[in-house]
Ligand binder design. Structure first.
Ligand SMILES: Cc1cc2nc3c(=O)[nH]c(=O)nc-3n(C[C@H](O)[C@H](O)[C@H](O)COP(=O)(O)OP(=O)(O)OC[C@H]3O[C@@H](n4cnc5c(N)ncnc54)[C@H](O)[C@@H]3O)c2cc1C
Length: 297
């Protein structure tokens, strides 16, 4: 029996593991090695690690964990149940593991726009988060992709980084008059034509080709198409979700299930590596405090 099973070995899960390892807890971390930012070349905005490759960051973290009683198990957790104070987990090979506490740190995945060529540029000149990649895109010709009205907020927000912003609604025309007025007032262009494909070289976007044959020069594209949970363990365990599809957490990353904590992108709040790591640390402290009480005579 482990003290804690952590599912997800990204920044949230590994940060919790470090905290719990330092509290002499027996911890298993399961990971399928598919962190959300694996498409990206650089992980920006993490103090002391600004611009590091995401893979290198995870390797550094795993090396630091070696001195603690932490097992890293590179397997998919297929099912998880909770009954009477015990969590039971099954991996992809049918092995069974048990723990007193459980941390879900399984992250989110992005719903990609269905545009030909987009994956050639994802992580280098196609992005979803202005706080991650806005600075590197400053003063560039920025396209914002969002069908219906989904891109309006992001198009306006991108003005912080460039004066050259165009919103693409890709064949939809649901902008309200007030959207159009706000975009015009702020100098944001609008293109409602359907997109045929993205073109460029070596990961760098150069143009958007429209179905009507027009070609528009663009250097960067940010998209606003939403996210989904990486796996359904939260549902299996009976977690409450918000209307945005993330798990509702309370103080110290607690969920509605006793002994079950959620940290990182899978839970509510900002989706940044440094926030995920901080939430992992918060969950680690809270889990340790619960264990201390339970072990105390
Ligand atoms: C292209 C891109 C670029 C980004 N750039 C930045 C940036 O520059 N700066 C920044 O701060 N943020 C950036 N982000 C956001 C950042 O990736 C997330 O905030 C961060 O990864 C969240 O960490 P996490 O630990 O919650 O989840 P993740 O890092 O996604 O890790 C979750 C882990 O859980 C594993 N997993 C999931 N389900 C299971 C299961 N059932 N069994 C076993 N393992 C499982 C996955 O394989 C994965 O390794 C970027 C995101 C994207 C998509």
């Amino acid at each position: 029996m482990y003290d804690v099973i952590i599912v997800g070995g990204g920044p949230a899960g590994l940060s919790a593991a470090m905290l719990l390892g330092r509290c002499r807890r027996r911890v298993a971390v399961f990971d399928t090695q598919q962190p959300r930012n694996r498409w990206s070349q650089s992980m920006n905005g993490f103090l002391t690690r600004d611009g590091i490759k995401p893979k290198e960051f995870i390797e550094l973290a795993r090396t630091e964990l070696q001195k603690y009683d932490i097992e890293l198990i590179f397997k998919l957790v297929k099912t998880a149940t909770y009954t009477k104070g015990e969590f039971v987990v099954n991996d992809e090979d049918g092995n069974v593991y048990r723990s007193k506490k459980f941390l879900l740190a399984t992250g989110l995945k992005d719903i990609m726009p269905e545009v030909e060529g987009i994956m050639d540029f994802y992580g280098t000149s196609v992005h979803h988060c202005q706080y991650c990649d806005g600075w590197e895109s400053r003063d560039k010709a920025i396209a914002v992709y969002g069908k219906d009205r989904k891109g309006v907020g992001q198009a306006l927000a991108m003005k912080t980084w460039s004066d050259n912003i165009t919103l693409y609604t890709d064949g939809t025309d649901k902008l309200t008059q007030s959207d159009r007025d706000a975009l015009k007032r702020n100098g944001v262009g609008i293109c409602t034509s359907s997109i045929a494909r993205l073109e460029g070289e070596e990961g760098m976007l150069q143009r958007i080709v429209l179905q009507n044959g027009q070609v528009r020069e663009q250097e960067v594209l940010f998209f606003a198409t939403g996210t989904m949970q990486q796996c359904d363990l939260g549902e299996q365990l009976g977690c409450e979700f918000t209307s945005k599809g993330v798990i509702r957490t309370r103080r110290q990353q607690k969920s509605n299930i006793p002994g079950l904590f959620v940290a990182g992108d899978a839970s509510r709040d900002m989706q940044l590596v440094i926030v995920a790591a901080a939430e992992g640390a918060k969950a680690g402290v809270a889990i340790n405090m619960e264990l201390e009480k339970e072990y105390r005579k």
